[in-house]
Design a protein. Structure first.
Length: 383
């Protein structure tokens, strides 16, 4: 559900921004042209364009529904959903399904392929009651395609939804998420080897295109599976620390109505690496740093340059760093405790903590304030 790359927002539904990546745009254009090329020899060009457009909307709308199902399932467990992104290989729903336990993790993961399967059956039923022709054939092919992807996405290996379903099931059985991660990684390698073997067999029998696709998928599952033991070790190491141990405390509160120039001269320039709280009517409403202020006209009020708290992801101060890392990756998140917003944290901060406490390979309980400079970022604990 991650690795979204360059993206742009196309909509916002019930507070959830929906993005599309440029790789998805290229894929959508390719599929639409392929459908047009298939229809064009059998009908007028205008009809081929119309039918290709309808097919594309239904197919990619189904992908969006797949991701929406993940989001709806997550919200049913009162879990946050940061965004949905359409990408080359399908979609990514940014949520924290593991925070509600293995059952929620399994349900959120299974909701996507389950929805795709229902769509596939629905398309097949609709095509069966339609008058035979090009349109019913296109709907029937969509049904088969959705069922194919539902089964494929349920394969028990990372980065597919089936990999997270396997991990959630193993977590429920073992009561240990680190062990479950290793089980899912082993499953990814077994399935990857099996797919590569089947691809070689398919290719030898003349089914080259299908064999190449299965071989590629098998290679991805095998590669990710081999990385999991190291990520499981990282997960275990980060579980020794709390978010408050690695966060950067917020600087002094800056009134929202002062100008960016005044804020820069009085607070931001003195501590260029720090993020400051922005307050209005006595309550925090956002954060600002020197880098953020540099993108705004000096005469504007700070509220115009701040990052509103409502637009920032949040983690709890007493969460383990292993739980926070996947949510924080690629973002700077605010840190909250019972008193309110107390700091900010990003992957660099977690890296600082790792280097301070695990630089020798053994855990060292260092006092606060002894964190060394940032270096190479650690990998995320799971996919």
């Amino acid at each position: 559900m991650f690795g979204t790359g360059s993206r742009f927002q196309i909509a916002k539904v019930r507070g959830i921004p929906i993005y599309a990546s440029w790789s998805w745009v290229a894929l959508a254009a390719f599929f639409t042209f392929a459908w047009y090329s298939n229809f064009a020899p059998r009908m007028p060009s205008s009809d081929a364009v119309r039918l290709a457009g309808i097919t594309a909307v239904l197919f990619f709308g189904g992908i969006l529904l797949h991701e929406a199902a993940h989001a709806i399932a997550a919200r049913s467990f009162n879990l946050p959903v940061r965004a949905i992104t359409l990408v080359f290989w399908g979609g990514a729903t940014e949520t924290r399904s593991w925070r509600a336990g293995p059952l929620a993790d399994f349900v959120v993961a299974a909701a996507g392929p389950g929805t795709t399967a229902v769509l596939g059956l629905g398309f097949l039923y609709i095509s069966s009651i339609m008058t035979p022709g090009d349109t019913s054939e296109a709907i029937r092919s969509l049904g088969g395609l959705n069922l194919y992807f539902a089964v494929l996405n349920s394969v028990p290996g990372f980065p597919l939804d089936g990999g997270r379903m396997l991990m959630a099931a193993a977590w429920g059985a073992t009561k240990n998420r680190g062990t479950a991660l290793k089980v899912a990684g082993f499953g990814s390698m077994i399935v990857g080897i099996g797919l590569i073997g089947y691809a070689v067999l398919s290719f030898s029998q003349g089914n080259g295109g299908f064999g190449i696709f299965l071989g590629y998928l098998g290679f991805v599952l095998l590669t990710v599976g081999r990385q999991v033991p190291a990520r499981a070790t990282l997960h275990q190491q980060l579980s020794r620390g709390k978010v408050r141990d690695a966060m950067r405390p917020l600087g002094a509160a800056i009134p929202a109505n002062v100008t960016v120039y005044d804020a820069t001269e009085r607070w931001l320039r003195a501590e260029p690496a720090r993020t400051f709280s922005v307050v209005e009517d006595g309550r925090p409403v956002g954060t600002i740093s020197l880098e953020g202020a540099s993108h705004t006209t000096a005469g504007q009020p700070v509220r115009a340059a701040m990052m509103p708290l409502s637009e920032r992801s949040a983690v709890g101060a007493d969460e383990t760093l292993s739980d926070a890392l996947e949510w924080v990756a690629g973002h700077e998140s605010v840190v909250e405790d019972a008193t309110g917003t107390v700091g900010v944290i990003d992957v660099d901060d977690i890296d600082h903590w790792m280097k301070a406490h695990w630089s020798t390979g053994s855990f060292v309980d260092r006092p606060a304030g002894t964190i060394p400079p940032a270096g190479v970022l650690p990998p995320r604990p799971d996919v």
